[in-house]
Design a protein around this ligand. Structure first.
Ligand code: NAI
Length: 420
């Protein structure tokens, strides 16, 4: 399965793509100022010396900068993909050729290769695992020497918390997703913008004037809805949580059940972290030409097996567009095999937002390296002082100054007697 280059065991598409990948990594780096600051500190102090890290993340230019940062901190890093469609092959090639970091990832790899790549990275016998979707937990048998891990996304954190509750989580995890500097920005603005980018790159569809149905009004859904409105779409939100649904109503969006929305929507995107959100009963009533996509973590939000059964034929009409012809002649267009569309047909989140998420990752790996011994096999949040420091550094990199509490204000906020 793996290719052995002169330097290392790895599996990437083509090392000749490395020149282009290097340019892409450099381009992303320019917008990752917080990570640059952390990297400088890592180069000086090598806080990760001797630590083996196995990272299962989307192999993008931004991730490449994180991997380099960890390596410069002294870690021995190996990288594999957290999704079969999200790998940037040129970036993977440059990481191997120019940085000497082993990568196991090829865009479009089949399921077996995808899992074999995760195993190959896990065979690195990591001390620390980094996941975007809790993928390392699939090979518990290879995780003996692991002291701790980090988790990037909502769905992964939900799974790891469920494992901790059942007592089967084997080591402590820092839930990077739950840091304010992660989900306020990455999930909302990153997913919002890049998902629309993905839908447009796949279809060249005009959002203005269209009915854009968004399933889920969590962090990602909020971002997507506001960006969709900005592009001129009439945004319709579906939810199962009454509070979130109400928030969407008061944010000015139409809210209805998916059964109703399915009849009128032009383009759909699921961002719920749940399964079968678009299912048989919805496919039965979708309009001819409807476009369906997903930006939630797993490709289970759209019931593709049901769509396969209900259709009489399918063909690929464009890159990342499968046209299913239903028995009554209606056509339904599925984007990116129902996988994260922002990474399948676009480039994932912009570097400037990943700057904060990956600053959280880098500092969480450092934190885990120094504190794992005192932590239990549970899911921990990113320490608040690190979260705030990342926000402070990001503001500084943007040239924005904010006020500081005066001693008098600090005393006032800490007390209860004044002003009564
Ligand atoms: P969240 O927990 O903030 O929001 C999910 C929302 O979906 C909740 O409000 C929930 O009530 C709603 N929901 C659940 N089942 C539903 C159903 N059947 N119909 C309608 N709504 C339903 O989670 P967040 O952070 O917005 O993440 C959502 C998904 O996106 C997760 O799978 C996460 O891992 C993934 N994600 C994807 C990214 C990307 O790059 N595409 C980036 C960040 C997260």
């Amino acid at each position: 399965m793996s290719t052995t280059t002169t330097q290392m065991n790895c599996d990437v598409k083509n090392l000749d793509l490395a020149d282009q990948g290097k340019k892409r990594i450099d381009w992303a780096n320019q917008s990752m100022k917080v990570l640059q600051i952390i990297r400088k500190e890592f180069i000086k102090n090598h806080p990760l010396r001797g630590i083996r890290v196995s990272a299962c993340l989307h192999v993008t230019a931004e991730t490449a900068n994180l991997a380099v940062c960890l390596r410069d901190g002294g870690a021995d890093v190996v990288l594999c993909a957290s999704n079969p469609l999200s790998t940037q092959d040129d970036v993977a090639a440059s990481l191997v050729r120019d940085q000497g970091i082993p990568v196991f990832a090829i865009k479009g790899e089949d399921n077996d290769t995808y899992y074999n790549h995760i195993i190959a990275a896990t065979e690195h016998r990591p001390h620390i695992t980094m996941d975007d979707g809790a993928d390392h937990t699939k090979r518990q048998d290879l995780l003996d020497g692991v002291i701790g891990g980090t988790e990037e996304t909502t769905t992964g954190v939900i799974r790891l918390r469920a494992m901790a509750k059942e007592g089967v989580l084997r080591y402590p995890i820092v839930a990077v997703n739950d840091a304010d500097t992660k989900h306020f920005f990455d999930n909302r603005y990153g997913t919002g913008q890049s998902t629309i980018d993905g839908i447009i790159r796949a279809t060249n569809f005009l959002l203005a004037g269209s009915k854009f149905v968004i399933a889920g009004y969590g962090w990602c859904g909020r971002g997507l809805a506001s960006r969709g409105r900005g592009a001129g779409a009439e945004v319709i939100v579906t939810e199962i949580d009454p509070t979130k649904a109400l928030e969407a109503v008061m944010d000015g969006f139409r809210v209805m059940s998916m059964t109703e929305a399915a009849k009128i929507g032009d383009v759909f995107c699921t961002v719920t972290g749940n399964k079968n959100v678009l299912a048989r009963e919805h496919f039965e009533v979708l309009k001819d030409g409807a476009i369906i996509s997903n930006s939630g973590h797993f490709n289970v939000e759209i019931d593709i097996p049901a769509l396969e059964k209900m259709s009489s034929s399918k063909r690929t009409t464009r890159n990342f567009v499968e046209e299913y012809v239903m028995r009554d002649g209606r056509k339904i267009n599925l984007l990116g095999e129902g996988r994260l569309i922002n990474l399948a047909s676009a480039e994932g989140h912009p570097a400037s937002v990943m700057d904060m998420s990956f600053a959280d990752q880098a500092l969480s790996v450092e934190y885990m390296g120094s504190n794992a011994k005192t932590l239990k096999p549970q899911v921990y949040v990113v320490p608040e002082h690190l979260d705030k420091e990342i926000a402070r550094l990001k503001l500084e990199s943007m040239g924005i100054k904010i006020d500081r509490l005066t001693p008098e204000q600090e005393e006032y906020l800490a007390g209860w007697s004044e002003g009564t």
